[in-house]
Design a protein around this ligand. Structure first.
Ligand code: 13P
Length: 256
């Protein structure tokens, strides 16, 4: 049975006191969450907090820390960069790779993203690989070929063993931060397509084992509707992960 995951991506938000309050809030509400070996929560806080996050969560079996990015290089003279090796040394277990904001504002291309995934896996970090189409692509009804290309250019270069240790997040760009979430049908359709593409490239057991998260304006109200879908294994939540009560509602909206 594949894992269900509710992940919060704080992006570049929360000053120190806010970050501590949010993390403490999650820990305080832990006992109210319906978590299990098959369902966990991941928080991708900004870099300065990931050490604290990993330390706080280390006593809670189903809470995990993530980074929002890592360097494509292993170590050395790369001022301002943070390596997968440094991230892993903090006890962090996951890293988001290829978020559309990184692709768009920091020009991260498929080649760089693949190098980042390799670095992450070298350090036993699980990459959360993001894909998603812009609005023009969907309006032109080219979204399936667009996503197929994003997969083919990046994670389809991994070995079967490597892809098994990835999480995928489908985040249509037009739904990110816009309040305009994909419908349950749109999200399910794309998730099933992604799973089928993985099956075609690798095999069915691998495709069936990979968690595919949906991201894009997931909130306390729409989460339960999205989570009824067969191929939606959880969510990558932006804005609503900064509000403790909303995030807790989203966590519990996913059956365990
Ligand atoms: P929002 O939930 O704010 O739309 O952000 C989604 C996202 O980009 C998560 O990575």
């Amino acid at each position: 049975m594949r894992k269900k995951i509710i992940a919060g991506n704080w992006k570049m938000n929360a000053v120190k006191e806010e970050a501590i309050a949010l993390l403490n809030g999650i820990v305080e509400q832990y006992n109210t969450y319906n978590l299990s070996p098959n369902k966990s929560v991941i928080i991708a806080a900004p870099f300065p907090y990931i050490d604290y996050c990993a330390t706080q969560f280390s006593n809670f079996q189903f809470l995990h820390a993530a980074a929002q990015n890592c360097s494509e290089y292993e170590q050395g003279a790369y001022t301002g960069e943070v390596s997968a090796k440094i991230i892993a040394s903090l006890g962090v277990q996951y890293v988001i790779i290829g978020h559309s904001e990184r692709r768009q504002y920091f020009n991260e291309n498929d080649f760089v993203l693949l190098a980042k995934i390799k670095q992450a896996q070298l350090q036993n970090l699980v990459p959360i690989f993001c894909c998603g189409e812009p609005i023009e692509v969907r309006e032109n009804e080219e979204h399936f070929s667009f996503i197929k290309q994003q997969l083919s250019h990046c994670i389809f270069h991994l070995t079967p063993q490597e892809i098994k240790n990835c999480i995928i997040a489908y985040e249509p760009i037009w739904a990110i931060g816009t309040g305009k979430t994909a419908t349950q049908e749109q999200a399910q359709e794309m998730h099933a397509f992604i799973r089928k593409e993985i099956e075609n490239k690798f095999d069915k057991p691998i495709a069936d084992s990979i968690s595919i998260l949906y991201g894009g304006s997931v909130n306390a109200v729409n989460a339960a509707d999205l989570f009824v879908s067969n191929d939606i294994d959880g969510a990558l939540v932006g804005g609503a992960s900064l509000k403790i009560n909303d995030f807790s509602t989203i966590i519990n909206a996913m059956p365990s």
